[in-house]
Design a protein around this ligand. Structure first.
Ligand code: PEP
Ligand code: MG
Length: 759
């Protein structure tokens, strides 16, 4: 059964549009189940009716014509109850409704299963039989499994159609809306540029080209490149492989010949398809044929063809990236955005970012916020590989994207973009003013940095220090571990730029969603695994080189502070302190005269909250990482869009934890700051100030908004708001009461459209 399911899903997945996909579904399911009818009804969101979209067995002329409301017929019943319905004789059921045009009077038994995608009923899958009989449990299970698998496939096929401007019935439509999660606030209108993962054939889209000769040339260059690689590889392995094993390379070379795969791809290119699309098509056909074979040996051959396809694609992609020209108003779209990708688009051309994977607190979203680029994450239903060149709107407040926007929508969003520009301009005037409440409480605002561009931005916005320099960012952009000398240069630049203001450098915090291409970590639960200090304590050579570079970089400047991430207990802190002292001794022995810098611990794991006092006794300062603290307190993966709704730093448990940390740190006479994204939320910043945090560290983009807000709110009022927030046990109530209070104070402006997310 699993094999049949797999084959059907695979075949449906390669369908070019919704109509074809549904056609395959009804045909194959009918065959697999041996039924006389199989039909798919989809819920039309506009009319709220289940419409017959495809059938095998009923009268095909009724497709698109027969429809029923959710309170009509058996299909409506399956859809509203969200449960399968298995009837020996459909006509006996009180909800049975007869549609003459389908010719269904001939069929007695009925089995329907709802098709549910992301909690929403999108349709109903039905099979029918002439004879009166109850379908057995196995058949019911098959249909339910089938419809669960098809839900995503149908959503994908529908989305692909709408990207091309096609509605369900194949008619032209205007815009399509895709819902993800907010990544970075702001709105953008522009054109999509898709960044495909390297050498992933499955996501290569179709594209028609004018210059066929150029595509043919690109492809023959790629062929030549792969041929050469094969020859070299074969020669290199000559002594290690037996002749029969080396014969595989000859097979590869043969496949590349004009009479084989090479020639087939050329033929497709000649029809006007670009080389990458032609390659995907031809390789896909071969792979499908092999994979559907029952013979194990032949099925294995599919992987050889795939491998060859990937090698050819890598050459074609390299040629494309060298010639890619980014337009103004580029919206970068990718399955999984990475920090390195953000640097690909030249300064000033990037207006928006879209990622299929990841969530609002993924690190790439944090960087996007620092850059002030509107971003939508977790857009799981977007057929991203098909949107290249399409006009798009990114709404980073609501976490939505529109493709092919109409005139009205485009105008509406262009106005929002302009309003934001004006608002940012107005805030520029705050730069030289201190962050002080009307009743005289001084709140130092620091900045989080990582990207080189953050330095200039921080200075423009009047930051009073760096509360978090994410050293992993330069590591991630590199192709290998940077040497001590290279790190020294990078850190010195950062320390010098802010001197005499303090710069808090965090030791390498990789793992979780921060991967180094040259140091891969593959784990089942990366956020509970080898992350942050756990990695660097296991690799003291990395830790020592980094701290030595930091210490040397601070020579003569003395504005360095060192911060340790992911500390879960005293033993880790003691080990890290021991290594820092060792590095300090070494550096001084080498003749660099630097004082021991202040060392701090991040409080971002619940265990650290309960050990604030013990940790505080051994360090000079504490800094709360509310991003991870929220994730670990609430057990919500910050990188997973499915649970993004549950991720909430105003949750009562998080507020209580933060309050405890401040109280206990101050009890030991140690200052405590906060450097998670929460500190950059103007409304949350009021509560943090009231808790007694000694400084707030945030991205430079949000700093002026927080400053504006704190300059309006008395400390007395902030304490009242905190007391009220702490009195509620429901996160939603905390959000709405805070929002209401700020509205009443006439401060809604700065929570503006962002209120959708943060409040
Ligand atoms: C945090 O966890 O809040 C934090 C500041 O660190 P990062 O976001 O880099 O994990
Ligand atoms: Mg963290």
């Amino acid at each position: 059964m699993l094999n049949t399911l797999r084959k059907i899903v695979q075949e449906v997945n390669s369908a070019k549009d919704l109509k074809t996909a549904l056609g395959i579904i009804v045909l194959r399911v009918k065959e697999a189940m041996g039924s006389q009818v199989c039909s798919v009804y989809l819920l039309d969101p506009e009319t709220n009716r289940f419409v017959l979209m495809a059938t095998e067995g009923l009268n095909k002329r009724s497709i698109g014509k027969v429809s029923m409301a959710p309170n009509e017929g058996l299909v409506g019943l399956v859809g509203t109850r969200e449960e399968p319905l298995n009837l020996e004789n459909a006509a006996d059921h009180p909800r049975y409704r007869y549609f003459a045009e389908t010719g269904e009077e001939k069929f007695a038994s009925f089995l329907g299963a709802p098709i549910i995608h992301h909690r929403r009923v999108v349709g109903v899958l039905v099979i029918q039989q002439k004879e009166r009989r109850q379908f057995d449990e196995g058949e019911e299970a098959f249909l339910v499994t089938m419809s669960a698998q098809l839900a995503g496939v149908i959503a994908h096929a529908e989305a692909t159609g709408s990207i091309r401007g096609l509605g369900r019935q194949g008619k032209g439509i205007q815009e399509a809306r895709f819902v993800g999660v907010p990544g970075s606030p702001g709105a953008a209108v522009g054109r999509a540029v898709v960044m495909l993962p390297p050498a992933d054939l499955e996501v290569v889209p179709d594209k028609t080209v004018e210059d066929i000769d150029n595509e043919l040339k690109l492809f023959s260059n790629a062929l030549e490149g792969v041929r050469e690689d094969m020859r070299k590889l074969s020669a290199k392995l000559a002594t290690q492989l037996r002749p029969e094993e080396r014969a595989l390379f000859d097979v590869y070379l043969m496949m590349l010949e004009d009479a084989a795969l090479g020639g087939e791809v050329m033929a497709v290119i000649k029809t006007g398809q670009w080389a990458q699309g032609a390659l995907r098509q031809v390789v896909g056909e071969h792979v499908n044929r092999f994979e559907l074979m029952d013979d194990d040996y032949l099925r294995e051959r599919a992987s050889d063809v795939k491998d060859l396809g990937r090698r050819l694609l890598a050459y074609l992609q390299e040629a494309r990236s060298q010639s890619l020209v980014y337009q103004d108003n580029t919206i970068l779209v990718s399955e999984e955005l990475t920090p390195a990708m953000l640097g690909e688009v030249p300064e000033g051309k990037l207006v928006g970012l879209v990622s299929v994977l990841g969530s609002g607190n993924s690190h790439v979203a944090i960087l996007a916020r620092a850059m002030g680029i509107p971003t939508v994450m977790g857009l799981v239903d977007l057929p991203y590989s098909k949107v290249d060149g399409i006009e798009m709107i990114v709404d980073g407040y609501k976490g939505e994207v529109y493709t092919n926007p109409g005139e009205v929508l485009r105008k509406q969003y262009s106005d929002v973009v302009e309003e934001e520009r004006q608002l940012a301009k107005g805030l520029d005037a705050l730069r030289e003013l201190p962050c002080i409440t009307p009743d005289g409480h001084r709140m130092p605002l620091w900045v989080n940095t990582g990207l080189l561009a953050d330095v200039a931005r921080a200075q423009q916005r009047g930051a009073e220090g760096v509360g978090l320099y994410r050293t992993e960012v330069p590591f991630m952009i590199n192709q290998r571990f940077p040497s001590e000398k290279e790190q020294l240069a990078i850190y010195r630049e950062q320390l010098q730029a802010f001197h005499p203001l303090p710069v808090t450098m965090r030791t390498l915090d990789i793992g979780g969603d921060k991967a180094l291409s040259y140091f891969p970590i593959k784990e089942e639960n990366p956020f509970l695994g080898w992350r942050g200090i756990r990695v660097t304590l296991d690799h003291p050579e990395i830790f020592l080189v980094q701290t030595r570079a930091m210490l040397k970089a601070s020579e003569g400047l003395n504005n360095l502070r060192i911060l340790l991430p992911m500390i879960s207990g005293i033993h880790e802190l003691e080990e890290a302190l021991h290594l820092i002292h060792r590095a300090w001794g070494e550096v001084r022995d080498e003749g660099t005269d630097v004082p021991m810098p202040p060392v701090g611990v991040m409080v971002e794991i619940p265990a650290a909250v309960y050990q604030t006092k013990e940790l505080a006794r051994q360090v000079d300062f504490l800094s709360v990482g509310s991003n991870d603290l929220t994730q670990y307190l609430l057990a919500v993966d910050r990188n997973n869009p499915r649970v993004a709704d549950l991720y909430d730093y105003l949750h009562p448990a998080v507020l209580q934890a933060l309050n405890t940390v401040v109280r206990d740190a101050h009890g030991e006479g140690k200052p405590v700051s906060i450097c998670g994204e929460m500190a950059g939320d103007p409304a949350a910043a009021i509560l943090l100030m009231a808790m007694g945090f000694d400084s707030l560290s945030m991205n430079a983009t949000n700093l002026p908004k927080v400053k504006w807000m704190l300059r309006q709110v008395n400390m007395g009022k902030a304490k009242e708001l905190l007391a009220e927030a702490l009195s509620h046990d429901n996160p939603q109530v905390i959000h709405s009461s805070l929002q209401l209070a700020l509205k009443n104070l006439g401060l809604a402006r700065m929570i503006g459209p962002e209120a959708n997310k943060t409040l």
